[in-house]
Design a protein around this ligand. Structure first.
Ligand SMILES: Cc1ncc(COP(=O)(O)O)c(C=O)c1O
Length: 416
């Protein structure tokens, strides 16, 4: 499969011109992991570049030699730069960024700070990630807040008309969903949702874990009040990293439930003051090495260009969907609104986990996503699990062909 030639046929408009700006050979040359397998799991954890790993290792060596606190002090300026680069990646200001160790921990502290009570209405999308859904369900159960799962439209994305009708007006409505879910290649209409929440005054929390580093994400264009993402997926940063964006206007009235010495000063026996920035949501302890690696990954993304990255990933995934759909006994499970680099499918008569394992045995890395990771999506669609293949800028024709050939062989029942 020739990804460069076929980019035009991917149905993504001007893709070929933009896709040409991703230098796949260069990306592969700086990614050691591509030598070992066809890595189609960037939605799980993408392959980092050599520069990201070098940065992390160098800082761990520095800690070994100088001590952790001394090493952190020596790189404090570079850590400040991570805030600025994270802000640039999502169109925010550095004061609106809190570094976190995962998307889940980032969202948890923001949701807790909203002080959900029985007057709150949680309007959630079907794309909501399992850990966020469980947090919100648990809050609703213990506070009697109303939780409404907003239905999807025919395109598989949130039904905007229903959402509009459900918004009663005011900040006790909290809208929460994923830009791109864990369970399909769906892309939610995040800007349209933002237009609705702005009009009604609802608080809009966006889980951009699968979209930052993958698609264009600009908090002002989207109109969200807060956003979380993780490092290890499309950003290609180390595990245990992530960040949250909290819009200044929301931040002003938002205090963490559990202030930490990192984000607050204990000023008297019973008094404390909060950091004026989003850092009020941070904790003291963190992996400085990981954060430096996140900084390198962010700068590499910004240098490559988000639009070129998105165009390449979407065009490649479109070709994979077309190739998979042409294989007997294979069903592409992505909804019509799926302009992303994530592809999901099933093979008749075989569990997704078995397919993923057989692919791994053939050197193709995917994952099986069970309904327990997305009950409001896969569960509601009656799909017990899907195989998920997710691409990145280091994936080339050979990776695409390897997936399609292996799936065809597995679907034919050849070998195990
Ligand atoms: C859509 C989505 N949101 C959130 C998460 C959770 O990210 P983290 O493990 O960094 O908390 C995931 C992880 O797969 C995800 O796919």
């Amino acid at each position: 499969m020739d990804l460069s030639v076929n980019a035009d046929r991917a149905g993504a408009g001007t893709v070929s011109a933009q896709a040409a700006t991703v230098d796949v050979a260069r990306e592969r040359a700086q990614t050691v992991g591509v030598r070992h397998a066809h890595h189609l799991n960037s939605a799980g954890a993408a392959l980092p570049t050599v520069a990201v790993v070098d940065e992390v290792v160098a800082h761990l060596r520095r800690e070994e030699n100088e001590g952790g606190y001394e090493a952190a002090a020596a790189v404090s300026g570079r850590i400040e730069q991570v805030y600025a680069d994270a802000a640039r990646a999502v169109g925010a200001s550095a004061e609106e960024i809190a570094l976190a160790d995962s998307a889940t921990s980032g969202l948890r502290v923001i949701v807790d700070a909203l002080r959900v009570d029985r007057s709150t209405r949680l309007l959630v999308g079907r794309s909501t990630y399992v850990s966020h859904a469980l947090h919100l369900l648990s809050l609703a159960k213990h506070t009697d807040a109303e939780l409404i799962v907003v239905p999807n439209g025919a395109d598989g994305a949130i039904d905007l008309e229903r959402l509009e009708r459900l918004l009663t007006g005011g900040p006790r409505d909290v809208v929460c969903l994923a830009h791109v879910p864990t369970s399909s290649g769906l892309v939610e209409p995040v800007r349209d949702i933002g237009a609705l929440t702005r009009r009604s005054g609802a608080v809009y929390l966006l889980d951009a874990t699968q979209s930052v580093g993958h698609l264009r994400v600009d908090v002002d264009e989207i109109g969200c009040d807060a956003l979380v993402t993780t490092g290890r997926k499309f950003l290609r940063a180390p595990r245990g990293t992530g960040f949250a964006y909290i819009r200044g206007a929301l931040l002003d009235g938002l205090a963490p439930v559990a202030p930490d010495v990192r984000g607050a000063v204990w000023t008297g026996a019973r008094e404390w003051s909060l950091s004026p920035t989003a850092r009020r949501f941070e904790t003291w302890e963190s992996s400085v090495a990981g954060r430096l690696g996140l900084g390198v990954a962010l700068r590499q993304l910004l240098a490559r260009g988000v639009d070129a990255t998105a165009a390449y990933l979407c065009a490649t995934a479109t070709l994979l969907r077309q190739g998979l759909a042409a294989i007997d006994a294979v069903t592409v499970q992505d909804p019509p609104s799926c302009a992303s680099g994530i592809v999901t499918f099933t093979v008749d008569g075989l569990e997704a986990e078995a397919v993923s394992q057989r692919l791994a045995a053939r050197g193709v890395r995917t994952v099986a996503v069970p309904a327990s990771h997305g009950q409001w999506d896969l569960g509601a669609r009656g799909v017990p699990a899907v195989v998920r293949a997710s691409v990145h800028v280091y994936n080339d024709d050979a990776d695409a062909d390897a997936l399609l050939d292996a799936v065809a062989e597995i679907a034919r029942g050849a070998g195990t």
